[in-house]
Write a protein that binds this ligand. Structure first.
Ligand code: ADP
Ligand code: F6P
Length: 323
């Protein structure tokens, strides 16, 4: 793309998260403010392959900022892994005279953006995933809202746990990444936090809970990331060993929905704007992100090749404060 883009496309892909709508709104309005046309593609890469799209105007994105989910809908589209389909998608985009794409999604969706770039479509990615597993951004869109949802749930569970003197194993999302669990462990005051990045040592959990029970603790909360093990299986193994009666609560997809927090709305608005402005400046094949409070741009290939490391200090803090 050597000239200024005239028409850009936007889509959300992969797992949804709160704040995607705020990013769509910001990107659409920044584009329109700069004289660009915007086409919205429904259901991620499926929408490009199957030509499901419609024009977006400033008014099309009114009243969506406070809504969770994504007005464009999202999907997982395994067909897009096939290079022939990637060529077809690029052809469909060229037929629509799309000069650039904004792709809002997680690690997988950003890899899809690299595939489109290889077929000659300029792309800018916006990191959106509650897992916070995307490198080169301190926070992805959706993480803060998910944490607030977990916090609301754990506070509520603590009330009933205390009334009954029970231990609760609370399972949070995070198939490969323990960020949500470890931060939730710190801010909810959990006794123990289990994450996929650390070996599962149930003996330590057992000792810690037994000690808490003997000291007269009125409740015990264990946060487990789904990737660290099943909350039900862990509860079965600890049953009858710790003094407390145990209950399990799997928070599930409520963590992916709900109205985005102030933080997520601001982050999404900043990233949506940055994505369009980069496309206008002919800067693409990048992901915009937030690093040390600044908006940054990182080559998509670098994002795809790196793995975000969990801050070990967070785990240390969660475990130390849980004593
Ligand atoms: P997320 O974006 O939330 O990580 P997924 O990993 O499921 O979600 O990816 C979403 C979609 O992105 C996939 O269904 C597929 O269409 C596309 N995608 C994922 N990985 C690749 C890849 N390596 N190459 C091309 N497209 C990909
Ligand atoms: O968005 C990421 C994530 O929340 C993971 O932590 C979780 O395992 C996964 O999505 C579940 O998504 P789905 O039910 O859509 O497959």
């Amino acid at each position: 793309m050597s000239t200024r883009p005239k028409r850009i496309g936007i889509m959300t892909s992969g797992g949804d998260c709160p704040g995607m709508n705020a990013a769509i709104r910001s990107a659409v309005r920044t584009a329109i403010y700069n004289g660009l046309e915007v086409i919205g593609f429904s259901k991620g890469y499926r929408g490009i392959l199957e030509n499901i799209h419609y024009p977006l105007y400033a008014r099309s994105v009114s009243g969506i900022m406070q809504k969770g989910g994504t007005i464009l809908q999202t999907a997982r589209c395994p067909e897009f892994l096939d290079v022939e389909n990637q060529k077809k998608a690029a052809k469909n985009l060229r037929n629509l005279e799309i000069d650039g794409m904004i792709i809002i999604g997680g690690e997988g969706s950003l890899k899809g953006a690299i595939a489109l770039e290889k077929q000659g479509i300029p792309c800018v990615g916006i990191p959106a995933s509650i897992d916070n597993d995307i490198p080169f951004t301190d926070m992805a869109i959706g993480v803060d809202t998910a944490l607030n949802t977990i916090l609301w749930a754990t506070d509520a569970i603590k009330d009933t746990a205390t009334s009954h003197e029970r231990a609760f194993i609370i399972e949070v999302m995070g198939r490969n990444c323990g960020y949500l669990a470890v931060v939730a462990g710190i801010i909810s005051g959990a006794e123990y936090t289990l994450i996929p990045e650390a070996p599962l040592n149930l003996e330590k959990v057992e000792l810690s809970l037994k000690k808490r029970f003997e000291e007269g603790g009125t409740n015990a909360i264990i946060i487990v990331a789904e990737g660290a093990g099943s909350a039900h299986e862990i509860a079965n193994k600890l049953k009858d060993k710790i003094g407390y009666e145990i209950r399990v609560s799997v928070l599930g997809h409520i963590q992916r929905g709900g109205s985005p927090t102030a933080f997520d709305r601001l982050l999404a608005s900043r990233l949506g704007r940055a994505a369009v402005e980069h496309l206008i400046e002919n800067k693409h094949n990048i992901m915009v992100g937030l690093q040390k409070s600044q908006i940054t741009a990182t080559p998509l290939e670098e994002v795809a090749m790196s793995k975000k490391k969990l801050d070990r200090d967070f785990l240390g803090l969660a475990l130390m404060l849980g004593i």
